[in-house]
Design a protein around this ligand. Structure first.
Ligand code: AMP
Ligand code: MG
Length: 326
């Protein structure tokens, strides 16, 4: 837990237009005052994030939503009441108080109340909504530890708050619930099955070709520097040492079972076969494999259910960087 003084100082950095990386239960965020266009611009600069990829605005409390954006559609209100604070991002109309740079010029705004106590206390202390994408350079692995932020963004950030490893480890689920049937724009830490219990059937739009509505859904994203190859679901067992070209060091990302020998580095997502644990460890495991000095990372998909859908979505995009046709 950061000392109260550290939180107060970080809050004052936010208010004065600075960048603060902070822990959330999903991944670490790179925050700026969402009411300040220049502060928001610094986020895009620090991340080398293209201007067309809008930011999520974070609030300290559910009660802060309507005062900022005005009345919201009933399904949006119901989802906020049920899942906030938590890893659900909702789409609302952009209020006039939020400068267009935050939403990349869209008439809509993505908004969420994070559950992590440091995040909520920071935002409350800042007294402003906080625009925060994941605290990584654009397209790269998301940070689930403070050290990932320091390694990836370093001096571009004014303050990094360390809140330990992120509990969910995967980004928020983004839902547009303004229409008759909710649309999932990005699979994430809140499983679609949980949403559907509240809203009834939902449509999942995992990828967007052409003009991206949610660029976190671009084909290539969440990628390690090392080329990543994703095995087919239910495919043949992976080759061990014999199948491996001599001299090529490769890393392996496994779901629950350790692969047969010969790998230079192996990461197990969950020996118990638990998808919540697998999601929580995904980016951390990829960060470690990326640092292991291997020429290629081979990953196996996890079961395509619950949080497994979001995990596989991230793995497909990480692999897409290197296999654009796939
Ligand atoms: P990040 O916080 O880095 O995970 O990125 C935020 C994600 O939210 C990106 O995929 C954005 O495209 C998405 N997003 C932000 N604002 C909107 C919006 N108004 N409509 C749809 N998606 C959005
Ligand atoms: Mg991101």
């Amino acid at each position: 837990m950061p000392a109260d003084g550290d939180l107060a100082e970080a809050a004052s950095v936010l208010r004065s237009g600075g960048l603060v990386a902070f822990p959330t239960e999903t991944v670490y965020g790179l925050g700026a005052n969402a009411l300040d266009a220049r502060a928001a611009a610094r986020i895009f600069e620090a991340k080398a994030r293209p201007g067309f990829d809008p930011l999520i605005t974070h609030l300290a409390d559910v009660a802060d939503l309507v005062p900022l954006v005005g009345p919201v559609p009933p399904a949006v209100a119901a989802l906020a009441a049920r899942f906030w604070p938590g890893p659900l991002t909702l789409i609302v109309d952009r209020p006039a108080a939020i400068p267009p740079i935050v939403t990349s010029g869209l008439a809509t705004m993505a908004v969420r109340v994070p559950e992590h106590e440091h995040a909520r206390r920071l935002i409350a202390a800042a007294g402003v909504p906080v625009a925060a994408p994941s605290a990584n350079r654009f397209g790269q692995l998301s940070p689930t530890r403070a050290e990932h932020v320091v390694r990836g963004l370093g001096a571009a950030v004014d303050v990094v708050l360390d809140g330990g490893p992120s509990r969910c480890g995967i980004e928020s689920t983004i839902v547009d619930a303004r229409g008759a049937r909710p649309v999932v724009l990005r699979l994430g830490a809140l499983p679609v099955e949980e949403l559907a219990k509240v809203t009834g059937p939902v449509t999942v739009r995992p990828g967007s070709s052409g003009q991206p509505v949610a660029p976190g859904t671009l084909a290539a994203h969440y990628a390690p520097r090392t080329p990543l190859r994703l095995l087919a679901a239910g495919g043949p067992a992976v080759g061990g040492a014999k199948a491996m070209p001599a001299g090529l060091r490769r890393g392996y990302l496994a779901f629950r079972d350790r692969p047969a020998g010969g790998w230079a580095a192996v990461e197990l997502l969950s020996a118990a076969g638990d998808l919540t644990e697998a999601a929580a460890r995904l980016f951390d495991a990829l960060h470690r494999l990326d640092a292991a000095g291997v020429a290629e990372i081979v990953a196996e998909p996890v079961p395509e259910t619950g949080l497994g859908r979001a995990v596989n979505d991230r793995l497909r995009r990480a692999a897409a960087t290197w296999h654009p046709a796939g």
